[in-house]
Design a binder for this molecule. Structure first.
Ligand code: ASP
Length: 625
C-alpha cells in the first residue's frame, strides 16, 4: 500500500523554485511533505482517508502524497479513536498531531514520508464519504465508461494527478519561453465565429437571428493571420479548438493547441522556434531531447514508411524491389510493373519466424484487405529465410539464384526473417506501412524489444503536396493542410498550370509516429489566395472576403504552427489515450458521461433560435413510451 506507485514520486522538472503549497490555507503541511527534519513539530494535515487499519493507524492522502497517522489508544483519547477508526475510506479529514520518528525497523523506504508518522491529538471528519462505487486504487481496472462517469473520483488517482500537473508545468514553461524569452503576445481569439471553408467539419451554434448560426472555429487560423495583419508580430495562444468529426478513436470534439504565428518568418525559423520551445519546456524527468530534429520529405516518408507520420524508432523500412524482380516471369510482377507508377515493395520482419505465429502471419496478410485495398487484387506475399539460408515462398520457384541473392541483399534478410511483399501503384506503400506497425506490435507482444519505450523521436515532415485528390472524389482537389498554405517558392508558377504538382510550405511535426504539430508559411497575396480558393478548391471565396481584403491592406509575410497539446502530453507521459491527459474528456461518441451532455432542451428553449427538432421516427416512438 505505502509504496503505491506515483504518490510523491514525481519531481517537478520544469519549475525553478518549489511552490508554497501551504500559503493561504489552514494546514501546516501537505501529506507528502513531512520528513525526519520535522520530528517534534505540531502539524495540521488535511486529506482523504486512503487506508485504515484496525483502529491503530490510518493513511491520509492529498495531491502530494501519503502520511501515516497513528491513532492514540489510551482511554483519554477514546473519542478520537472512535472518530478516526470509523471514518469511511475517502472521507475528508483534518488531523492535528505531532511528527514522530517511526519505531526502529518500521520505516518504509518506498514512501517519501516513510521515516515519520503523525501522532494524532485532535481530528475532525469534514465530510464522511458514502459507499464508493469502487475503490480509488482499483479504478484503473474498471471500465473507462464508469471511470468517466465518476471522473472526479478518477482524478484522485496518481496517474491523472501527475499527468495534469505535468501538463500545467509544461504549459507554464512554454509561456515563459514564448512570452518572456521571445516576445510573443498571448492573445485570446473568439470561439463564436463563422464557417471556415476547406477544413474539418465545424460545430454550429444557433443565434437569435433566424437561420443564422455561428461556428466554433476548428482552429484560430483566420484570427492568427489577421493578428499579423494587425501588426502583433508574434502571437501565441493555448487555444481550444472544436471539430465535429463524429466518433473517432482517440479524438476529442474539443481539444487544445499551442497555437503560434509570426511575421517575417520562413519554414526554418518556425522549426527552430518549435525545437527551442520543446527543449525548454521538456520535463526533466523524461530525459533531454536533441535538436535540430531530423527532417524528411513527404515523398520519402511515404516511400520508406508508407505514412506521412513515420515512427522512426525502428527500421523495417519499405524497400522497392521492382528491379530485382523485373526479369522474373511472375505474372503479378509483370502486371504491376506495366503500370506507370507500378512497383513491387516489401518489408523485412526481423526474426519473424521465431516471434510470429502462423496465425499472426495470416492476420497480418489479411489485415491489409480491410484498410488498404491493393490494386490488381493482389495478395500480400510472404518470403521466409530459413536457418540454412535458403528462401521459402510461393515465389521462389520462379526466381533464379541471382535474383534470390539480390533479394536477400536488397532486404538485408537474415536467417528466420520474414518478408512481406506487395505490388501496386501507390497504395501498397500505405498497406506495407500499416503492416510494418502491426508487425512491430506483434513482435513486441511476443517479447522482442524493438522500440525503446523511453525514447522520443521527433521528426519534421516537409515538402507536402499543396493539394491532394479528395478521397470521395479524386477528380477534385483539397488542401493537404489548409487553403491558406503558401506554395513552395520553386513550384509557385505550377500553381496556375498544374496545381497537382505543387509542393507546399507546409511542415508537420511527428513524434514516435504521431502527428503532434502542423503548420505552414501562409499565402499573403490576395490574388493568389483568391485563385486557390476559387479556381483550385472551387470554394466560395465570399465567405473569406474579410481575410482576402486584409491581405490587400498591408499584410506582412507570415507563417505559423499549432502543436496538439493533448497528444503531446499523452506521449510524454506514455498514456494510452489523450483522454488520460484531459481533466474532463468526452467519450468515443463525443458525450460527457458524467454530466450527460449533450442533453435535450425544451421546445420553449429552442424558440428564441427559431429552431425545431425533427425527431427521427424511432426516437419519437421512444419518447412517447
Ligand atoms: N491551424 C492549423 C491547424 O490547426 C495550424 C497552422 O497552420 O498553424 O492544423
Amino acid at each position: 500500500l505505502q509504496g503505491e506507485a506515483g504518490w510523491g514520486s514525481e519531481q517537478p522538472g520544469m519549475v525553478e523554485s518549489v511552490p508554497d503549497f501551504n500559503s493561504f490555507v489552514t494546514r501546516t503541511n501537505t501529506c507528502g511533505e513531512l520528513r525526519s527534519a520535522h520530528v517534534g513539530q505540531k502539524v495540521t494535515l488535511y486529506g482523504w482517508v486512503q487506508y485504515q487499519r484496525q483502529g491503530l493507524f490510518l493513511v491520509l492522502r492529498d495531491f502530494q502524497g501519503l502520511t501515516q497517522v497513528i491513532i492514540p489508544q489510551d482511554e483519554a483519547h477514546s473519542h478520537l479513536k472512535e472518530l478516526l477508526s470509523s471514518a469511511p475510506l475517502e472521507s475528508v479529514v483534518r488531523v492535528t498531531g505531532t511528527v514522530s520518528p517511526r519505531p526502529l525497523g518500521q520505516e518504509n523506504p518506498k514512501m517519501p514520508t516513510g521515516d515519520i508518522e503523525v501522532k494524532a491529538e485532535t481530528a475532525e471528519i469534514l465530510n464522511s464519504c458514502k459507499k464508493l462505487p469502487f475503490e480509488i486504487k482499483d479504478f484503473i481496472k474498471k471500465s473507462e465508461a464508469l471511470r468517466m462517469q465518476y471522473r472526479y473520483l478518477d482524478l484522485r488517482s496518481p496517474r491523472l494527478q501527475s499527468a495534469l500537473r505535468l501538463r500545467s508545468r509544461l504549459v507554464m514553461s512554454m509561456r515563459q519561453y514564448l512570452c518572456n524569452l521571445h516576445g510573443f503576445v498571448d492573445v485570446e481569439t473568439p470561439t463564436l465565429f463563422k464557417r471556415t471553408p476547406g477544413g474539418a467539419k465545424e460545430f454550429l451554434v444557433p443565434s437569435r437571428e433566424p437561420g443564422k448560426f455561428y461556428s466554433l472555429p476548428q482552429s484560430p487560423q483566420q484570427f492568427k493571420q489577421l493578428l499579423m495583419v494587425g501588426g502583433l508580430d508574434r502571437y501565441f495562444q493555448v487555444a481550444r479548438c472544436y471539430r465535429d468529426e463524429g466518433s473517432r478513436p482517440d479524438r476529442q470534439p474539443e481539444f487544445t493547441q499551442i497555437d503560434i504565428e509570426m511575421s517575417f518568418v520562413d519554414q526554418a525559423g518556425i522549426q527552430r522556434l518549435v525545437e527551442g520551445l520543446l527543449q525548454h519546456s521538456w520535463p526533466e524527468e523524461r530525459g533531454s531531447i536533441m535538436t535540430p530534429f531530423p527532417s524528411m520529405t513527404y515523398e520519402e516518408a511515404l516511400a520508406e514508411y508508407g505514412t506521412d507520420k513515420p515512427d522512426t524508432r525502428f527500421g523495417m523500412k519499405i524497400v522497392d524491389i521492382s528491379d530485382v524482380l523485373r526479369g522474373s516471369g511472375v505474372h503479378f510482377v509483370q502486371n504491376a510493373l506495366s503500370y506507370p507508377h507500378g512497383s513491387i515493395r516489401a518489408i523485412c520482419i526481423p526474426q519473424g519466424v521465431k516471434y510470429l505465429t502462423n496465425k499472426d502471419l495470416e492476420s497480418l496478410k489479411e489485415s491489409h484487405c480491410t484498410d488498404h485495398a491493393l490494386t490488381f487484387s493482389q495478395e500480400i506475399m510472404e518470403i521466409i529465410r530459413k536457418p540454412d539460408g535458403s528462401l521459402k515462398s510461393l515465389l521462389t520457384k520462379f526466381l533464379g539464384e541471382k535474383e534470390k541473392s539480390e533479394l536477400i541483399q536488397a532486404l538485408n534478410m537474415q536467417e528466420d526473417d520474414v518478408v512481406l511483399l506487395a505490388a501496386g501503384e501507390h497504395k501498397q506503400c500505405c498497406a506495407l506501412g500499416a503492416l510494418r506497425l502491426l508487425s512491430a506490435n506483434l513482435l513486441e507482444a511476443a517479447g522482442l524489444a524493438l522500440r525503446d519505450p523511453t525514447a522520443f523521436h521527433f521528426l519534421w515532415v516537409v515538402d507536402f503536396p499543396l493539394f491532394l485528390p479528395k478521397a470521395e472524389n479524386p477528380t477534385e482537389l483539397e488542401s493537404a493542410h489548409h487553403p491558406f498554405t503558401a506554395p513552395h517558392p520553386s513550384d509557385a508558377s505550377l500553381l496556375y498550370s498544374d496545381p497537382t504538382k505543387v509542393r507546399s510550405q507546409h511542415y508537420d511535426l511527428v513524434l514516435n509516429g504521431n502527428e503532434v504539430g502542423g503548420g505552414s508559411i501562409r499565402i499573403h497575396n490576395a490574388e493568389q489566395q483568391r485563385f486557390v480558393l476559387e479556381k483550385v478548391l472551387k470554394e466560395d471565396s465570399e465567405v473569406l472576403s474579410h481575410l482576402i481584403e486584409a491581405l490587400e491592406l498591408g499584410a506582412p509575410p507570415h507563417g505559423g504552427i499549432a502543436l496538439g497539446l493533448d497528444r503531446l502530453i499523452s506521449l510524454i507521459v506514455d498514456a494510452p489515450s489523450i483522454r488520460d491527459v484531459i481533466a474532463f474528456p468526452k467519450s468515443f461518441r463525443g458525450r460527457d458521461l458524467m454530466g450527460n451532455a449533450p442533453d435535450y432542451v425544451t421546445p420553449e428553449e429552442l424558440e428564441p433560435y427559431h429552431i425545431q427538432v425533427s425527431w427521427p421516427l424511432e426516437e419519437k416512438e421512444a419518447k412517447k413510451n
